[in-house]
Design a protein around this ligand. Sequence first.
Ligand code: TRP
Length: 374
Amino acid sequence: MVKKEFKVNPWEVQGEVDYDRLIREFGVSKIDKKLLERIKKHTGELHFLLRRGIFFAHRDLNWILDEYEKGNKFFLYTGRAPSGPIHIGHIMVWQFTKWLQDKFGVELWFQFPDEEKFLFKKDLDFKQIDKYMHENMLDIIALGFDPKKTKFLVDTKNADIMYKPACEVAKRITFNTIKAGFGLSDSDNIGSIFYTSMQAVPAFLPSIIKGKKIPCLIPHAVDQDPHFRISRDVIPKIGYDKPASIQCVFMPPLTGTQGKMSSSEETSIFLTDSPEEVKKKINKYAFSGGQATLEEHRKLGGNPDIDVAFQFLRFMFEPDDKKLEKIEKDYQSGKLLTGELKQILIEKINAFLKEHQKKREEAKKHFDKFLFKE
Ligand code: TRP
């Protein structure tokens, strides 16, 4: 069989991703039953994103748990490069990160590399980025992170403590490595070549600050792996432990199950969307796995694997496995119609957004508690 081409790197996700092939190419490990059982011992239940294989790969998670079992707690590290408003595809990783924070009672360092998209996108200036960053922070706070255990790092604002460690990293990475790892070329700007050194820093900055090695676990979507593959080689040379990671697949865009949801598309669902906007977008754009006519659908049933409304329920909006399974069966049998399936999703999303938007207002008061200050 001819393999369809796909592409995954931090700047681009294209085509139908073959995740098993990605596991081999990236050299990450699959999260297997044994590891799930091990996690469950500590968390009591498994998050549905783990049960459903959406968080599917890792690096050194067993080591993180070894250390945790010895009483050596890890910290979590994840991030967001502000470049636009937050859409529902973004928050999956962060909801999962919050779950980890709650279950393990650990610190979270959240990086806002405000220079990243400045360097990689032509038409974005720092003024716009600052605005987005502020907005993004409100959405992230609204997800419910513990203010006592969560620290926001902003690259340009915390440059005083980040720049030296970033130079330690940069000194040990060659231009060749960056070209191979990220597909950058001789004609890319030199800021973009340096950038990965900044993304490496939060993985060991808490260890520097606290004066002892603290294990780091990074939840992220698999496209970020090239950053950490490179920094894992470098960080031990600076005297700290390799960060571990737990990685998820991409939430599909509304328009079909290929690629990933992107902020630049009017078809994404943003956290500030009104109920009417959500309804319009889902009805107009959500790719359907249903049949062309009602008669055919009743006879042949729909295909949930390619149906984006179903996939959104699976990824985020129906955490209850039994309910999800019923929807799946009913859709496959033709009992549930595409319009009805979309309606279920619209109601779920709007209920979520209503709560979220309230918490987002609330977050404005707590903003300062999250910003890292030395
Ligand atoms: N590069 C990420 C982005 O484009 C932001 C980021 C920084 C990040 N540090 C991270 C993501 C750690 C995951 C984990 O948004």
